[in-house]
Design a protein around this ligand. Structure first.
Ligand code: SAM
Length: 347
């Protein structure tokens, strides 16, 4: 059977899964479909640092054919989880058409998307019909004024809440909510967010504020650790630790003792998990980043023209020499200060 965009005629033949220099396999791929975003969250893409016209032109983005070839190549290497991200992925035109193509790739068992939710009400049912399985919405506060400020004056909370509702109505369940808490910015809303997620059956994930990129003015004092977050929530709703769903799961999960769902914590700053990082990231113009904190990407575009096998061989060679463990060494002298921007690799 011919694989569209692949240039080969067989169904995916598994290659021996590559291991990196620290014996970590490649399992997850985060793929940015666009670098543009309609928000300017100060901790990610601050308006005063990122010019309005900063972005790639449409021709510089990987085409749907190239993306399909790329994902087929990664699937050959053992990638089973694919998350589409951005920038804001819902700004990519005809995204459901891409989802249809990716959802049918052999080996990709988990196809997910992370969005700021502002355009989700319009797109949720088309994405579901296209074969998207899971949606994560970033939501840092339930206070409309704080929301406006946290989106750089570009977003309205009510649009995101409509989007979440529409995703539920389209059949996404549970919906995951990603929340980044910064001390002195939105740490007064932790309990409100937890109560909202519990009430609606959403899974809340707190992600520690990270020193990704170079333009968000990160400081350790602003980080609210997972332990502090967990303790604050447990005062109101006692928690019980859950086992990881799979090796390398980044969130520590807790069930509410009263049976009203679960909450998770991603402790990239306070308890780094580099030893279990099985994730590659590809930007919208086809740069491979082997770490969220990498200073430099590897251009995959040229090799994509030679099809999925060539891509898989090339990525396997790059993965074999991967030794990144930035989160474990961030405090050490000599840790690189040059990092790819978060909006280019999408989290
Ligand atoms: N626009 C989409 C969205 O808002 O979900 C996808 C891209 S956004 C870069 C992906 C995730 O990265 C969001 O959940 C956002 O909160 C998170 N993020 C951005 N900067 C961060 C930082 N400095 N520390 C932790 N998470 C961050």
């Amino acid at each position: 059977m011919t694989q569209p965009g692949s240039g080969v005629t067989d169904v995916a033949i598994a290659m021996p899964p590559p291991r990196d220099a620290l014996a970590r396999p490649l399992r997850d791929l985060r793929l940015s479909v666009i670098d543009a975003c309609n928000f300017r969250c100060p901790y990610c893409m601050p308006a005063d640092r990122i010019a309005e016209d900063h972005g790639l032109d449409a021709a510089s983005r990987l085409s749907f054919d190239e993306i399909e070839t790329l994902v087929r190549g990664f699937a050959r290497l053992g990638v089973r989880k694919l998350r589409l991200t951005g920038g804001e992925p819902l700004l990519r035109k005809r995204l459901p058409e891409l989802v249809v193509r990716l959802a049918r790739i052999d080996g990709i068992d988990d196809l997910a998307l992370t969005t700021n939710g502002s355009l989700l009400a319009r797109h949720a049912s088309a994405l579901r019909e296209a074969g998207l399985r899971r949606i994560t919405v970033s939501l840092d506060t339930l206070d409309p004024d704080a929301f406006r400020a946290l989106s750089g004056g570009r977003g309205e909370l009510r649009d995101v809440l409509y989007g979440i509702e529409a995703a539920g109505a389209a059949g996404f369940s549970p919906i995951k909510l990603n929340c980044v808490i910064q001390r002195g910015v939105n740490d007064d809303g932790i309990e409100t967010l937890a109560a909202f997620a519990r009430e609606h059956g959403h899974v809340l994930r707190f992600i520690e504020y990270m020193d990704v990129g170079t333009c968000n003015g990160w400081s350790r004092e602003r980080v609210v650790s997972s332990v502090e977050l967990r303790d604050r929530i447990a005062v109101h709703w006692p928690l019980r630790a859950l086992d990881a769903n799979y090796r390398g799961e980044v969130a520590e999960r807790y069930a509410y003792e009263d049976g009203r769902g679960e909450v998770g914590f991603v402790s990239s700053v306070s308890a780094p998990f580099c030893g279990d990082c099985h994730r590659a990231r590809v930007s919208a113009d086809g740069q491979l980043y082997t770490c969220l904190f990498a200073g430099q990407g590897h251009d995959l575009r040229a090799v994509l023209a030679d099809g999925e096998m060539a891509l898989a061989d090339h990525v396997a060679a790059l993965w074999a020499v991967r030794a990144d463990r930035y989160s474990e060494v961030r405090s050490e002298a000599g840790a690189s200060r040059k990092h790819v921007e978060m909006y280019l690799v999408g989290g």
